[in-house]
Ligand binder design. Sequence first.
Ligand code: APR
Length: 247
Amino acid sequence: MFSISRELKTLLSGSPAVRVVVLTGAGISAESGVPTFRGTDGLWSKFKPEELANVDAFMSNPDLVWSWYQHRREIINKVQPNEGHTSLARMEEKLADFTLITQNVDGLHRRAGSRNVLELHGNILYNKCIKCSKMYQTLPDEEAKSAPVCECGGRIRPDVVWFGEMLPQQILQSAFRAAENAAVFFSIGTSALVHPAASLPVIAKQRGAYLVEINVETTVLTDYADEFLEGPSGEVLPSLMKECGLA
Ligand code: APR
């Protein structure tokens, strides 16, 4: 289990102006029932990312890729944010300088009440035309199993970042700026393997931040972190909030 250090409690309860930055990954949504990517029962253990989560796969087999995202949407539409998500929404309310960066595309942070969310990899609930870039928040046919077609004739795809694609530049710049100025940086529920997101905690620590990792197991980041809180984020975060007077 985990015990929160006096140093972290002092940092978080010492001043409401403390600059806190959080990076989340699929692990924070695991307790809501959303599969992670690299865990034992993760999405990548069943599918190959190169066959699904990239533009070549979509262009060669749009219906397969579209149906996979529809399957993921069906899961997401049935689940609720968990106490990890709601704790971070509360932290945003209580702290004057708080930034939430997520790799997740499930939209659960916003549903939990977080307002300022930097979605590095897009949002699976939105779609866009690959030809004219028209955005589609709702689809001509929500149940469509095959990739719908835009009025311009182009295919409609999920508005998420696929392997090999550029991240939304403004969002990425804001994330780097936040990491460079953080006093406390949390890496929560991420294997810390996929760049550029994985460089954010490293940059934060190099610039003087106190680096905290919350995960159910160690990762490539653990030895580098100042503090490792081992446990499910849906349990660790509520305890952290209580012990630091943020609940
Ligand atoms: N609480 C905290 N951490 C958890 C929990 C939990 N309840 N359950 C699982 N984890 C941890 C796992 O131990 C793992 O370290 O969450 C992490 C999930 O790692 P990944 O499945 O690799 O997901 P993520 O780090 O978000 O992947 C990054 O890779 O495939 C791309 O675009 C995709 O955004 C994704 C990116």
